[in-house]
Design a protein around this ligand. Structure first.
Ligand SMILES: NC(=O)c1ccc[n+]([C@@H]2O[C@H](COP(=O)([O-])OP(=O)(O)OC[C@H]3O[C@@H](n4cnc5c(N)ncnc54)[C@H](O)[C@@H]3O)[C@@H](O)[C@H]2O)c1
Length: 254
């Protein structure tokens, strides 16, 4: 079960955190993994990890917010089978404390970046007679996390894009789902804590762990396992759905 043998898979933001965990697990399951990241160095680290474990992978420096770069990269990769739209950035602020430049930056990466990769992937899926897409949303899309206006807005758009794409391409054998993690312990979280809560890192880490009723943050490997199931042939009946993976955050936090 859950074999991805010879499936050509693109993982955006595959150089770190959740993207790295997905890239390495998919390679272990037999996929040919193409790692896209703003940072070629990080993508290269994931590539080295995969190769050391005997897998097949390639790395590319590419800004998902730049459509020309994205289309050129996907054309180089060729007829893909799986797209993991995972690259994303964080931002703290309410509507009146979010600067226009920060709003634009979050939209460029977290919304336009997803659109750009979908735009570039669809023609490649057609060459493969179908495909599977996972968009990385967030519990922020479900509940609107306090002080995360731009981020929550962007992830809401990711969820709506998932429905739109699932509907438009269902006749072309393309499945599209999204995953909504609560807090997952990755460099994304560590970077956000050190930037915004300097001197109170341990306290903030504990607070963020306890915001999941289960009492801890998620692990990147746990998100990767869900992505693997959703991309496998075993999940062939699943499309147009969002999957929270949240230690009880959405339903049990009251
Ligand atoms: N970690 C969490 O708590 C959490 C929770 C919910 C959702 N998510 C989402 O999961 C995804 C991955 O998060 P993570 O925690 O692994 O983050 P991370 O910061 O560890 O990794 C993100 C990767 O994306 C890359 N990236 C950023 N901007 C890019 C761009 N413009 N073009 C190409 N690559 C770019 C970064 O270089 C980095 O390697 C994001 O979309 C994030 O919003 C994370």
């Amino acid at each position: 079960m859950f074999s991805l043998k010879n499936k050509k898979t693109v993982v955006t933001g595959g150089g770190s955190g959740i993207g790295r965990a997905i890239a390495t697990l998919f390679a272990k399951q037999g996929a040919e993994v193409h790692i896209i990241d703003l940072s070629l160095e990080s993508a290269q680290e994931t590539l080295d990890e995969i190769k050391k474990a005997g897998g097949t992978a390639f790395s590319y420096a590419c800004n998902v917010a730049d459509q020309k770069e994205v289309v050129a990269t996907f054309e180089k990769i060729g007829n893909i089978n799986i797209l993991i739209n995972n690259a994303g950035i964080a931002n703290v602020g309410k509507v009146d404390t979010t600067a226009e430049a920060d709003f634009d930056r979050v939209m460029d990466v977290n919304v336009k970046g997803v659109y750009n990769c979908l735009f570039a992937a669809i023609p490649q899926f057609r060459l493969s007679n179908g495909g599977v897409i996972i968009n990385m949303a967030s519990i922020a899309a479900w509940v609107g996390i306090p002080d995360r206006f731009a981020y929550s807005t962007a992830k809401g758009a990711v969820m709506a894009m998932t429905l739109s794409v699932a509907k438009d391409y269902i006749g072309e054998n393309i499945r599209c789902n999204s995953i909504s993690p609560a807090r997952v312990h990755t460099p994304f979280v560590d970077g956000f804590i050190s930037k915004n809560y300097a001197g109170k890192e341990a306290e903030m880490f504990e607070k963020l762990s306890q915001s999941q009723p289960i009492g801890r943050m998620g692990k990147p490997d746990e998100i990767a396992a869900l992505a693997l199931y959703l991309c496998s042939d075993e999940a062939g009946f699943i499309t147009g759905c969002d999957y929270p993976i949240d230690g009880g955050f959405i339903k049990l936090n009251n």
